[in-house]
Design a protein around this ligand. Sequence first.
Ligand code: SRM
Ligand code: SF4
Length: 573
Amino acid sequence: MKKKDSDIKILKKKMTDAERIKIESNYLRGTIAEDLKNNITNGFSGDNFSLIRFHGMYQQDDRDLRLERNQQKLEPRYAMMLRCRLPGGIIQAKKWLKIDFFASNYTLYKTIRLTNRQTFQFHGILKKHLKNVHKMLHDINLDSLGTANDVNRNVLCTSNPMESIIHYESYIWAKKISEHLLPKTKAYAEIWLDNKKIDIKNSDEEPILGKSYLPRKFKTTVVIPPYNDVDLYANDMNFISIVENNHVIGFNILVGGGLSIEHGNKMTWPFPAVELGYISVKDTLSVAEAIVTTQRDWGNRCNRKQAKTRYTINNFGLSVFKKEIEKRANINFQSIRPYHFLSRGDRFGWIKGIDNYWSLTIFIKNGRICDNEDQLLKTGLLKIASIHDGNFRLTSNQNIIISEIEYKNKDKIEKIAIKYGLMKNFSNIRKNSMACVSFPTCPLAMAEAERMISNFIVKIENIMKQYQVDDQSIIIRISGCPNGCGRSLLAEIGLIGKSIGKYNLYLGGNKIGNRIAKMYKENINENQILIYLENFIKIWSCHRKKNEDFGDFIIRYGIIQEVINPINDFWGE
Ligand code: SRM
Ligand code: SF4
């Protein structure tokens, strides 16, 4: 077949170095094993720096110490961040004991960080302790495979401990999708577990991902309406559970969501996932595979800024993309079944499930599990883990649910939770806030996020009180850079770091999370942000319609233009 001009242009373009690294890695081995033996440096060299990410680890250095170490002519304080794989965020409480032990004894920061993709990270693991962490995870039947780099990441599932049957069925699909799309290489077991088997079908062939894996990271959710706590619209592939007679019978499929941009680069844009159609449960894995392999084959491997599914869909068109999925999965999408979302937040405190088990949702400031003068979160969770037979469930809002509590144990757990400050009362504003990790560990951070949000929220709480709207909630999110890990572009008020102390202010996301926020002001400091926000909150408190949310008001009142099609509207006037 004669090649089209456009194909030739793509062939002539140079593949990114990330593609070379994958292809030459021998299914993700590189020379990681040799590098591990090198005690001269705490870091990894060459391609291994990138390859260890496929094994769930990032090499970082403490940015607070960079200057000092540089002056002392020392290498940066290299240490690894490890992200566990935990589909649906469920982990037996007993396993937490080992996780806590590892954090306390083998990491530089001694904390555990819950992420907004329902898992946890250890920060600050020295190279010499890396095998220990993988062995510890293996002992409790966990791993960190495929939690980073160009693969399908941790699969999210709505945290819904009340409707146990629907949740269980949706969760099982989240787990099956995760396992189906996982890298099959033996490299992980060889390098980290001295060749012990891990609980996936091991094979050196990668029938789904191929030798060069995916063009870019890929994110998946399973969602149970009306709760969009997983922020599905930010994900590449989404399965919305459709329920009949208290069982999941199928899924509405939405594709092509993503939030990251580059400051000022109009060739990058955020996009909320769009509908493809409805499928019955029996087609779940073949459709998941078809979407992933289409993105594998059609995704842009010459420009990583244009490599995610939303750009592939934009290049080929949604109907062409849909037909290809139907062909590969040998199905026909049916019309989308009715669904609606009400909220994105977690439901804090005690909830009784239909199975009569109780669950306790605990708010964790930015997901950071540590002890401080206000709260002994780490000690409290450890105490609960040591007596609790059920599970911990990590939420996509960086919080934790103690679940499957029998009525007879409820008081015992509550006493511990109160004693260690786990049940402190926080404002609605705070409970709906989120920040990414940012400084000091994130190498890409441009401004503070996690370390800045706490005081920022106090100031917003005061403004809310002043205008007597402190019983209301506004979704406020902060990301330290335009990669947008804090999902700021789906917030009613979103800050994105520009440089130290300076942010772009975005407004106009909505409560259910399907509207992208738009930039209101660029490169302003906290004081300037607070002046704008105080004025908007004041106007909102006087002129809002009954129950009108801040994000909706800000658009109706003409403060910001609604983003309807982000490709045209996000950057435009
Ligand atoms: Fe993220 C890179 C932290 C959720 C978009 N993200 C990073 C790295 C690994 C920095 C790096 O590449 O060296 C950050 C590590 C910081 C640290 O010290 O821990 C980091 N991202 C996080 C976490 C921990 C934020 C949090 O506070 O919870 C989240 C981990 C989730 C997980 O368990 O897997 C996290 N990242 C997100 C999200 C939100 C989501 O997935 O719902 C996004 C935006 C959604 C999206 O993908 O569009 C996000 N992270 C990025 C990007 C931009 C990707 C892109 O499409 O261009 C990067 C940079 C990259 O990949 O090149 C990035
Ligand atoms: Fe780091 Fe930027 Fe992600 Fe924040 S948004 S964790 S600063 S990459």
